[in-house]
Design a protein. Structure first.
Length: 256
């Protein structure tokens, strides 16, 4: 029995709001029971060997190739009706799409996060990249709980100097995404928690959250952000943006 089994029981029963587990998400996912979460919102390693901050940060773990191995357990952990929102990048989008389908999901939408400003890369021969991809997929007969969202989500990226993680997503984006794919009072699962953007968004909007993170420094930052979000009264979908903690001093800025 996992050391966190009692906390999980309390979360499912509504006695606590979050369960944060430091460790390998593949091991943790296998230990979680079937059919307990309503949505999986995840920003996994894209398969880019990305470092960020001009390669001054440590490489992201498991980023040598698209990190898809958590998807089978994600499908199993969802209730009979549930959703998946999986971030990826254009080079690896087909790998994620194939893996999502093989895990048993029905792919419903190809969603674009528009970062509003172009990135770097080979500036002499490539268009300036300003978007990431989100595969939206379902299990069972899902209906949007808060109206149909657009397939393009325009939100400015987190300024590089203010990121706690090399690929940290903006809070407003994560609040919107979580609230659009999760029913009221639901449980959100993120197996690649990073610095906790999904968890902070879920807590701020009134959901329960289960998150896993391998890197101890990322985990410490995620824990601080999510516990800060707990101190705010949940604002509901309309006010969630104002409740999410934006940025916190990192535990160690040199680590992604």
């Amino acid at each position: 029995m996992p050391r966190w089994a009692k906390q999980l029981d309390d979360l499912i029963a509504g006695k606590r709001r979050h369960l944060l587990i430091q460790g390998d998400c593949l091991d943790i996912g296998r230990d979680l029971p079937d059919g307990i979460v309503d949505s999986c919102v995840c920003d996994p390693p894209y398969g880019m060997s990305y470092q960020g901050l001009n390669n001054k940060r440590a490489p992201i773990a498991n980023d040598q190739r698209p990190f898809i191995w958590w998807l089978n357990d994600a499908h199993r952990l969802l209730k009979d009706v549930g959703t998946l929102a999986c971030f990826c990048q254009w080079k690896g989008q087909q790998d994620f799409k194939t893996a999502i389908r093989l895990a048993g999901f029905d792919i419903r939408s190809h969603v674009i996060w528009d970062r509003l400003n172009g990135g770097m890369g080979a500036t002499h021969c490539t268009f300036a990249p300003r978007h990431d991809i989100i595969w939206f997929a379902t299990k069972g007969r899902f209906r949007f709980p808060n109206g149909r969202p657009d397939s393009v989500l325009p939100h400015a990226n987190v300024p590089t100097a203010r990121r706690l993680h090399s690929t940290q997503k903006p809070d407003e984006l994560m609040v919107k995404l979580v609230t659009k794919v999760t029913p009221k009072g639901g449980i959100v699962w993120d197996p690649c928690m990073g610095s906790g953007s999904t968890g902070a968004a879920a807590i701020a909007a009134g959901y329960r959250f289960i998150g896993a993170e391998l890197d101890p420094d990322n985990f410490a930052n995620a824990k601080r952000r999510i516990e800060a979000a707990l101190k705010h009264k949940p604002g509901g979908n309309a006010k969630a943006k104002r409740c999410v903690p934006i940025h916190y001093t990192p535990i160690r800025r040199a680590v992604a």
